[in-house]
Design a binder for this molecule. Structure first.
Ligand code: B3K
Ligand code: ZN
Length: 863
């Protein structure tokens, strides 16, 4: 590496030196030499001496200013500095790029022969020289010239012209009437199958909907289209927001670094987040597709119409849009299930990030490579911060805030402060203390103590908050603590509005605060931080009987689930301590409670399946330093085995009763979820009947059931494992997205050959290291789902990961930096493992031409 990459700081923000107007772009597509002509007007905002246009990996052909050849410029590594422009100048820049050689999947690149772009965060500078920053907004006119074998030449906005050229090529022109920053620009060119539809907005405008997929995949497109229409209707109903262009396009591509991208009027999607039918996709996939299609659509207002002033404000659009997509899923499906899902993500991944070397506030203060900050902190903790405002203000107050936000800022690039100000002003509520959430780092802790005065019938809750060691913010935060009080009979005790808002939300604003509840007949059981009302760690000395009481009586499924999670957690922690694995038995009261639950299949079976989901390795490892890898892994398996063994007759009875109708409605999905849960446990205590069930279910034409059966076998190291995996491989090699499920299963295998097996899969005909989906399926799943082998004491797990990262460093820096995460928290492990992980990081740090992406993470971890 020549020089150390430099960080950029939020406090250094300066408004742009120039305003850009009327950008027109012409693309003459060619894999090796795509010619890009950019014309625009630059107006200086003060200093007229020079302007620096961002640009990397570009070949400059010519510069014209006001129609004249312009040579008064200097080329830097990362841009083009133009001198002598005066106050206003008409610029024309011609440059060439080579999409065929672009493996970073950022800028303009080829995905399986189709051209596509990814410009967020700073990819537009890989296309042409420009003020590539989110607070420079302008209109775009785009002309795309391409070969006729590529019938679709797409860009943002409305199609305004098209025609044939004499040389056998053709062209299409697009005009986007809405000003936008460069990160929302998109271009796609290729030959696709197209699913078309129409949406009529509430004011009667007809919007054409077009979904472009690889040839032959049309039958897998309808679910995404239906999801889009649901999202459009929901945003009108719940947020009063209507779509603004006459056309909305989604293109699915196979090579893509993340899930999808919200480019104005032309979303580009990872095909994994679009394509689904019941034979190839699981119910979970269907759910994820609906939520991502929604997420990108919701960005049209929260992100596109009102965008970010600078990238430090990313959570302005991402936290808010995640909150919106979570609400969309909750309104359309089960609120409790969606909440469980969101909380699991925050507690397993975000808490870990916040405790590791990459910890940052939801509004980071310093960044080397922006792509490293599309994180669970910015997205998911960001969404929790928005949710807290919603909890404090209520739905009506929150919507008043949204309305004011759009009234004030439509068409602007703004900050998180502007958002909070709109919420605050619309409601007359002081949120200045609340804003500390945007600066604090690490997971805050809420500690609770209670006492009960029998004589007075008074129950007192003492709350105290403390901040994490790595948190620069020491002042107390404004924390909404939702509670529920249950009496002896399990009835919910009413709490007056004067104590808790909406009868349940306490506002904790001081370091320590007490709340008194009067007029009680006996000591209540308290549910704390109900619904995970704040992204905090809770410490309260719950007794087993209290948790069982909550599990039985709490009014929300979420609280019941949470109580059972705590019960499992306590068992696992005890086991880790005693290591008495062989003699371990589930306590009688827990077995009883679980068996009562399992005997009643009349309720929501999706929730029931969640109640039988034991917290995983990642969620639990957060509680330990150093992480007792082997013991924790064994403790989880032991508790699961006990649940299987103790309840075997009940699992068998449940499995034989459950029959889904093959549809995608919530009831059928719930039945399949529960069937898979039954098989997950049954596979661990298999007999010939159970073996028959696994075999039969693995032959299902429904991917949820098929995969459920094979996953159960793999997890239990069942005798059928190899056979089922081989059959799957034979059946699905023609569908790479399905094969990703197979790669992930292979990566989760617990037998000793696991790592050799992974290495041999690199040469599997379906595997391709340049495709992020394949890498995530095999190596991502390995590091996420296989602690036993990833954290092997001989260090081979770490080595496999680091070797792949080294290979991807130059090929695809974003993806290399994404998969490195599990190595970064080496300090949380024992000395041997620390040494091994550190050695791999040091090896990577010495790579010639280490990317900024990797540099930033490795440097933070090691120093
Ligand atoms: N905004 C994009 C993510 C861009 C990631 C850039 N590395 C997708 C989304 O959050 O909707
Ligand atoms: Zn987003």
């Amino acid at each position: 590496m020549t020089s150390k990459p430099q960080a950029k700081y939020l406090h250094d923000y300066q408004p742009p030196t120039h305003v850009v107007e009327n950008l027109s772009l012409t693309f003459e597509l060619d894999p090796q030499h795509t010619k890009v002509t950019a014309r625009f007007i630059l107006t200086a905002q003060g200093d007229t001496s020079s302007v620096i246009l961002d640009g990397v990996e570009l070949t400059l052909n010519s510069v014209h200013v006001d129609g004249q050849v312009h040579t008064n410029y200097r080329l830097h590594d990362t841009g083009l500095e133009l001198f002598g422009l005066g106050e206003r100048a008409e610029i024309e820049i011609v440059n060439t790029i080579s999409p065929g050689a672009n493996t970073s999947l950022e800028g303009l690149y080829l995905s399986d022969g189709a051209y596509c772009t990814q410009c967020e965060a700073e990819g537009f500078r890989k296309i042409t020289y420009f003020l590539d920053r989110p607070d420079v907004l302008t209109t775009y006119n785009v002309k795309i010239i391409g070969p006729k074998q590529m019938p679709y030449l797409l860009s943002n906005g409305n199609k305004v012209d098209s025609g044939e050229l004499s040389d056998g090529r053709h062209y299409v022109c697009w005009e986007d009437p809405f000003k936008k920053p460069s990160y929302l620009f998109a271009l796609v060119a290729g030959d696709f199958d197209v699913l078309t539809d129409q949406f009529e907005t509430r004011t009667g405008r007809k919007v054409d909907l077009q979904l472009f997929v690889d040839k032959g995949n049309l039958s897998k497109a309808p679910h995404a289209m239906t999801s889009l229409k649901k999202a459009m209707a929901w945003d009108e109903q719940r947020f009063d927001l209507e779509y603004d262009l006459d056309i909305y396009m989604i293109v699915a591509v196979d090579f893509f670094n993340m899930g999808a991208m919200e480019n104005k009027g032309l979303n580009v999607f990872n095909s994994a987040c679009v394509l689904a039918n019941q034979e190839t996709a699981t119910d979970r996939d269907f759910h994820i597709i609906e939520s991502i299609v929604g997420h990108e659509y919701f960005h049209n207002w929260t992100g596109n119409r009102v965008t970010c002033r600078d990238w430090f404000q990313l959570s302005l659009k991402e936290g808010l849009t995640v909150f919106r997509d979570q609400e969309f899923s909750s309104d359309l499906g089960s609120r409790a299930l969606n909440r469980i899902d969101a909380v699991n993500t925050v507690r397993t991944h975000q808490f870990a990030e916040d405790a590791g070397p990459m910890a940052h506030p939801i509004r980071p203060q310093q960044v080397i490579e922006m792509n490293n900050f599309y994180t669970v902190t910015v997205y998911n903790k960001g969404a929790e911060v928005i949710r807290m405002m919603h909890t404090i203000l209520g739905e009506a107050g929150f919507q008043k805030g949204m309305k004011l936000y759009f009234e004030r800022h439509d068409g602007q690039a703004v900050t998180c402060d502007d958002f909070v100000a709109a919420m605050s002003d619309a409601n007359g509520k002081d949120l200045s203390q609340f804003k500390l959430w945007y600066n604090q780092v690490g997971t805050p802790k809420v500690s609770a103590r209670t006492n009960y005065d029998d004589q007075q019938g008074e129950f007192t809750l003492h709350l105290a908050q403390s901040h994490a060691d790595n948190d620069p913010v020491e002042a107390p935060l404004h924390i909404p603590v939702a509670i529920e009080l249950l009496d002896k009979q399990g009835q919910v005790i009413k709490v007056p509005e004067s104590t808790a808002k909406q009868g349940k939300v306490l506002e904790l604003t001081e370091k320590q605060q007490s709340f008194v509840f009067c007029g009680l007949e006996s000591e209540p059981v308290i549910v704390l931080l109900e619904g995970f009302s704040a992204p905090c760690l809770l410490s309260y000395d719950y007794q087993q009987h209290q948790l069982l009481h909550i599990a039985k009586f709490a009014s929300s499924d979420y609280a019941r689930w949470e109580a059972i999670q705590q019960l499992y957690k306590a068992e696992i922690k005890t086991l880790v301590k005693t290591q008495a694995f062989s003699e371990y038995q589930l306590p009688e009261c827990l077995t009883q409670a679980l068996s009562m639950l399992l005997d009643d299949l009349s309720g929501d079976l999706s929730i029931l399946a969640e109640l039988f989901t034991v917290p995983g390795f990642d969620a639990l490892s957060a509680e330990y330093t150093p992480v007792p890898v082997a013991q924790l892994d064994q403790a989880i398996s032991t508790v699961e085995y006990q649940i299987a063994e103790q309840l075997k007759p009940a699992w068998c009875a449940a499995y034989s009763q459950l029959q889904d109708d093959g549809s995608l409605d919530a009831v059928a999905v719930a039945i399949r979820t529960m069937k898979n849960k039954c098989l997950f446990y049954l596979a661990q205590v298999s007999d010939s009947q159970i073996q028959g069930w696994i075999q039969a279910q693995s032959e299902s034409h429904n991917m949820t059931l098929k995969l459920g059966a094979i996953r159960a076998a793999v997890n239990a190291q069942h005798v059928l494992t190899q056979l089922l995996l081989d059959d799957f491989d034979k059946q699905w090699q023609s569908d790479l997205l399905v094969m990703d499920k197979w790669f992930a299963l292979q990566a989760s295998r617990r037998d000793e050959r696991c790592i050799d097996n992974i290495l041999s899969l690199y040469t599997h005909p379906c595997f391709d290291k340049a495709n992020p989906n394949r890498v995530r399926a095999l190596i991502g799943a390995f590091t996420r789902t296989n602690p036993r082998h990833f954290h092997r004491e001989d260090g081979r797990g770490y080595e496999v990961l680091a070797d792949l990262i080294a290979e991807l460093n130059q090929v695809n820096p974003q993806n290399a930096a994404r998969i490195i995460t599990p190595l970064l928290s080496f300090k949380r492990f024992d000395e041997t493992r620390q040494g091994l992980m550190r050695a791999q990081l040091e090896k990577l740090a010495r790579l010639p031409e280490l990317s900024d992406d990797l540099y930033e993470k490795i440097d933070k971890a090691l120093n």
